[in-house]
Design a protein around this ligand. Structure first.
Ligand code: 5GP
Length: 196
């Protein structure tokens, strides 16, 4: 998606080979107009699929998912990362390993919020090693929901996540796919096949 690529080029900061900072429009300050354009693009790409609910993970996925939910007219559920006072029996739970933080954390969704047979679309800001999406997919599996696809804002295509998810048969639609990043020059190369 050209619009997103341009924003990444203009305002993205290459912190390291693996870490892109997009605090000016996606992760800290948020650009609702850009989010709306992105949500419409996901709607186009998942057209024809039954989507009953969008699922994401706190915190960065929430804003994107809400705009997507508004456009697709479906509710949004987000997995919580923190522990909860509610009993574990009432929650679906999965473990996510974060390569950037080098630690695992639990994600939880109240069982009440996902009904067996519901068709879900996962939305998230970044796809790197695929662990966050796999955790959400595990929750969808426990809830006996049908996972229709995965909408990602920025995929770092040189990291293994996208291939891992596609190997599992998931329909992954990333709006910008980065082929390489150079922390020295700040240069970012995109996979132009995604630049609609
Ligand atoms: P994965 O589970 O695919 O390895 O990583 C996905 C999660 O890690 C995303 O939800 C995102 O919050 C975070 N993440 C991964 N790579 C980046 C990055 O380059 N920049 C930022 N800001 N977050 C990232």
């Amino acid at each position: 998606m050209k619009l997103l690529q341009e924003r990444i080029r203009r305002e993205g900061i290459v912190r390291s080979h693996d870490v892109l900072i997009v605090s000016h429009f996606l992760n800290h300050q948020l650009d609702p107009q850009l989010f709306l354009a992105m949500a419409k693009e996901w709607q186009k790409r998942f057209k024809g699929k039954r989507i009953d609910k969008i699922m994401t993970i706190e915190a960065s996925g929430i804003a994107l998912a809400v705009v997507a939910g508004l456009v697709m007219e479906v509710p949004v559920v987000f997995a919580k990362k923190r522990g909860s006072v509610t009993l574990d029996d009432d929650q679906y739970c999965a473990t996510v390993y974060s390569y950037t933080q080098k630690k695992s954390y639990a994600i939880r969704v109240e069982k009440d919020l996902l009904k067996p047979g519901e068709h879900l679309l996962i939305i998230d800001d970044f796809l790197a090693n695929g662990q966050a999406v796999l955790g959400l997919a595990e929750i969808a599996r426990q809830a006996e929901c049908v996972l229709e696809g995965v909408g990602i804002a920025i995929e770092k295509g040189y990291q293994p996540g996208a291939a891992l998810l596609r190997e599992r048969g998931l329909d992954v639609q990333s709006l910008a796919v980065i082929r390489s990043m150079d922390p020295q020059s700040g240069a970012i190369e995109f996979d132009e096949a995604e630049a609609v």
